[in-house]
Design a protein around this ligand. Structure first.
Ligand code: SF4
Length: 474
């Protein structure tokens, strides 16, 4: 194929690694710039009325890019092909392709080609060929981006030199891109990830900073993007003193495979057992198992950070009293399930659910979240709607909740100190030795906040130095 493949819609790290993976198969690839409110404006102008915000942002972003290219005298219809993910719905996701076509026509790019990747069937329409090696390379790229991105959010709040984590991640992201471009063999990816770990080990961290852990969930695009589309919620929360837990794209793929397997199970139950149905069912199960194992292999390099992907079966069980998992569209039951999971597993102090303006599935989930909140009043939860223009209001609401989460994190830290039998003031004056200032120090699973987990896991050291400090009259 002579055309350059254009794509976009995830985070900069995902897009860089995907670019490498696509190029490794002999294609030319470019990712679109991060969408901004100008993209939203263009999308609103050129698409149908009543669409959801991600449609406007993503469609508008493509047109904005093409217009700029056309201004340079480039024949964009000859040069580019846009690849996007599609599905049959049932939400507005099923209408993305027609919205792209309408906007392209309205913008004067009628002959511009779009290739559609069908997310539920792993197939494609258009010039791009979806083959097993293509999927495998994409999966490796996406999993790697998930893990490296998550590490950034886990480590940055505790770095003693501002910007040091980003600097190391940036340099290794560029190296990983080359690894993916060269075919992305698992052994080469692991080697690069180990190099990243080694460089992170050279940095200094202070894990006694008490920070609330905040999970960002919601509609897929809205909780994934790092753009105006969600008011840059991840980086903003981090600046406000939170340790952010972003959602991995791997969880979304895992969910798609789970639903596919459940549908096949029902088909076998209702229509009867056939060789082809069983074969398909086993293939989906094998794919899910392989993908999860690969995710675990990559995170093993970083002492199994981030945590494992939650079991889809468990998530479906947790959501059951509130949301049927066969109600698909958007994140289906996942928004509710992730909230209940965060409460039961105590993996965050606060949950922010991001709902794009005009999103049907998220509106349904929000209704169910009220019931979750009445069942678990201890949950610090906030649902926000991103319309592109109410940023100040949204952020001030989030800040109020963040205040509660901060208090919860502080109380938990006090509890951890008491449990270990040390006084917080003395603890904070006790310098941690070098081995406790490393990025992958031991953290206990007893608490939620990193500072509390750190103190609890290294209780023996803190008790000894506490006694020494007390004897020295500190
Ligand atoms: S889940 Fe919501 S925001 Fe996403 S495509 Fe569907 S309607 Fe739009």
């Amino acid at each position: 194929m002579n055309k350059t493949i254009l794509f976009g819609g995830l985070t900069p790290l995902h897009e860089l690694f995907i670019k490498g993976a696509v190029e490794s198969l002999g294609y030319r690839a470019e990712f679109l710039p991060v969408p901004d409110n100008e993209s939203l404006r263009i999308g609103r102008e050129l698409c149908n009325r009543g669409m959801c915000n991600p449609t406007y942002y993503t469609v508008g972003n493509l047109i904005k890019f093409l217009r700029k290219e056309a201004e340079k005298g480039i024949n964009v219809e000859e040069k580019y092909l846009f690849v996007t993910v599609g599905a049959c719905g049932p939400c507005r996701f099923g209408m993305y392709e027609s919205e792209y076509c309408l906007a392209l026509k309205n913008a004067g790019f009628k002959g511009f080609e779009i290739a559609l990747l069908n997310q539920s069937e792993f197939s494609s329409e258009g010039a791009l060929e979806i083959t097993p090696p293509f999927i495998w390379r994409l999966v490796k790229a996406v999993w790697c981006a998930d893990i490296v991105r998550d590490l950034g959010y886990r480590l940055r709040p505790y770095e003693t030199e501002k910007g040091s984590v980003n600097k190391v991640i940036k340099s290794w992201a560029d190296k990983l891109y080359v690894v993916f471009k060269q075919g992305g063999k698992v052994k080469d990816i692991l080697k690069a990830l180990k190099g990243l770990r080694k460089d992170l080990e050279k940095l200094d961290f202070d894990y006694l900073r008490v920070k609330p852990v905040v999970s960002v969930i919601g509609e897929f695009w809205a909780h994934t993007t790092e753009s105006d589309g969600n008011y840059h919620i991840h980086s903003w929360l981090e600046e406000e003193g939170a340790e952010v837990r972003p959602e991995p794209v791997a969880g979304w793929i895992d969910y798609q495979l789970f639903i596919e397997a459940e549908k096949l199970k029902q088909e076998i139950k209702v229509k009867g057992i056939t060789k082809s149905r069983v074969k398909k069912f086993l293939a989906v199960k094998a794919m899910a198992f392989t993908f999860r194992s690969l995710y675990d292999l990559f995170r093993s390099v970083f002492s199994f950070r981030p945590k494992e992907l939650p079991s889809q079966k468990l998530l479906a069980e947790l959501a059951k009293p509130y949301f049927d998992y066969f109600v698909v569209g958007g994140e289906g039951h996942l928004e509710v399930a992730k909230h209940v999971y965060a409460i039961k597993k105590r993996n965050s102090h606060m949950v922010v659910s991001v709902k794009p303006f005009g999103c049907m599935p998220s509106t349904q989930s929000d209704g169910a979240q009220s019931k979750v909140l009445s069942d678990y009043p201890e949950s610090i939860f906030i649902s926000i709607e991103t319309s592109g223009d109410s940023e100040v209001n949204v952020k001030s609401r989030v800040l109020m909740k963040l205040f509660e989460a901060r208090k919860a994190a502080e109380a938990e830290f006090e509890k951890a100190c008491q449990k270990v039998g040390i006084d917080r003031e003395i603890l904070e004056k006790t310098p941690s030795p070098d081995n406790l200032r490393k990025p992958f120090v031991k953290l206990s699973n007893e608490f939620t906040g990193t500072a509390a987990r750190f103190v609890s896991a290294n209780a023996a050291f803190f008790r000894t130095s506490y006694t020494t400090c007390k004897e020295a009259g500190a």
